[in-house]
Design a protein around this ligand. Structure first.
Ligand code: EPZ
Length: 429
């Protein structure tokens, strides 16, 4: 398994190009199942999760062509995928595929909407929590699907197709909103989704679905209205930039000092994180190419943050902020409200000499000015990058093991950071 070796202490200076958002690319690829025509997606990031989803879609009979380099392509430009679900030959998504990439469970929505049947493995839990899908099933039942659980699989049937319905989520769920939205596009009649997630990736998927002929209004707000149509057609759509990747690199620069242009980043997608970075002492400026982040010598100030659904502070940046706060001049408090077990990085950060205490869903971080490099282990996607952030500032060498977690959500991380002066390399075992 690959490892990443970092020698800390270098500032970050230069430009980092922000890739397409993983958490938009995945549902957008799944949306291709809703039509028998070709969906073309631009700016798709080259990530392990995207490759895994390509395998899962292929199992349903979907053809995916990845376009080659074109004249004038930027360095590291995202890939263009032509996805064609003309004939869905298998409506089963097997355990060995779904268990490795949870979002693949979402294929249940287009399969039941278009094929009127689906048999999808329950995804199982992961490091950050039990990750139930009860609200996704609730949404599909509201839309008229008959759902049963058989041998670890969710079996969904809707012989006459889905029917529009009112879906009121008892709690905000990104996956539930994606599933309800995609399924409702082909239902007979109108659906109203309330207490919907407002994450930008939802609005990005809705914009693509509307290009495909769906009739969706209100995406990005807590109330989404979907007027069902008989069929969807092909379209072309560009994946929006990854706000979590942008926020991650912003935290890295705040940690090391220096100044970096996050090219392609869109501030309105991560404003809450930018506000926290300003509070912590980083300089944040917006320009027509993206966001400029810097910290010139002034120390880091402690902050108090509670994660929340968009537009609140994103849970996917919680581990990265915690790493940053290990070097702040005082005590910070971070409360995690979205997932029940998203503090796996605390024990690993402690190996650098970080001083973090936990009390239920709240972590108190007492800053120190001397992190020391150490061998550490990644446990989940965002926790793993918090270890990289700590290693960039720690004295001496850090070795991050199990970097396959990193590769799921960060495209060419070590290249992007070393291009800005970090001493970081991948060791292929
Ligand atoms: C999406 O996960 C993201 N994944 C997560 O990013 C992100 O952390 C999360 O949204 C919150 O923003 C993708 O988009 C692929 P939820 P999702 O449904 O959809 C509970 C990353 O690092 N819940 O909004 O699974 C759930 O347990 C990943 O890129 C139910 O109880 O999150 C959690 O406590 C990690 N029942 C809360 O709701 C359900 O049926 C929010 O979950 C569904 C969810």
């Amino acid at each position: 398994m690959d490892r990443i070796r970092i020698v800390g202490g270098n500032e970050l200076n230069g430009t980092i190009s922000i890739s397409g958002a993983k958490n938009a690319a995945l549902p957008l690829m799944i949306a291709a199942l809703l039509t028998d025509e070709t969906l073309i997606l631009d700016n798709v990031p080259r990530l392990a999760d995207v490759a895994q989803l390509q395998r899962i879609l292929g199992n349903h009979g979907v053809d995916i062509m990845s376009a080659g380099k074109r004249p004038g392509d930027r360095e590291y430009q995202g890939q263009t995928l032509h996805i064609s679900a003309a004939d869905i030959i298998d409506t089963t998504a097997p355990y060995d595929l779904v268990s490795r990439m949870r979002a693949s469970f979402w294929v249940i929505a287009p399969l039941i909407a278009r094929m009127h049947e689906a048999r999808v493995s329950l995804p199982g839990g992961c490091a950050i929590g039990t990750r139930p899908v009860d609200l996704l099933i609730l949404a599909l039942e509201k839309l008229g699907a008959d759902i049963s659980i058989d041998g670890g699989y969710v079996v969904a049937k809707a012989p006459g197709g889905l029917r529009g319905a009112d879906i009121a989520f008892p709690k905000v769920t990104v996956s539930g909103t994606h599933v309800a939205l995609m399924a409702a596009t082909l239902a007979k009649g109108t659906s109203v989704i309330t207490n919907a997630a407002c994450e930008p990736e939802i609005a990005d998927v809705a914009a693509c679905l509307n290009k495909m002929g769906a009739r969706i209004t209100g995406a990005g707000t807590p109330c989404i209205i979907v007027e069902g149509v008989a069929r969807l057609h092909g379209a072309r759509h560009t994946v929006l930039p990854d706000r979590i990747e942008a926020g991650t690199y912003a935290m890295a620069v705040a940690m090391t000092g220096g100044e970096v242009q996050l090219s392609g980043a869109r501030p309105e997608l991560l404003q809450s994180a930018l506000d926290v970075l300003g509070e912590a002492g980083a300089t944040v400026s917006v320009n027509n190419d993206g966001i400029r982040i810097g910290r010139n010598g002034a120390g880091l100030r402690p902050v108090q943050v509670t994660t929340a659904p968009f537009p609140g502070f994103p849970t996917d940046l919680q581990a990265q902020l915690m790493a940053l706060m290990t070097c702040a001049g005082g005590a910070s408090v971070i409360t995690e409200t979205i997932f029940e077990n998203r503090f796996m990085h605390v024990q690993e950060l402690a190996r650098f000499g970080a001083r973090i205490s936990l009390d239920g869903d709240t972590a108190t971080i007492r800053g120190t000015d001397k992190l020391r490099g150490a061998p550490v282990m990644a446990t989940d996607l965002r926790a793993s990058v918090s270890l990289v952030i700590a290693g960039l500032a720690a004295e001496g060498e850090t070795m991050v093991n199990r970097v396959y977690h990193l590769d799921r959500g960060f495209e060419r991380l070590e290249e992007k950071l070393s291009a800005c002066g970090a001493s970081i390399e991948r060791i292929r075992d």
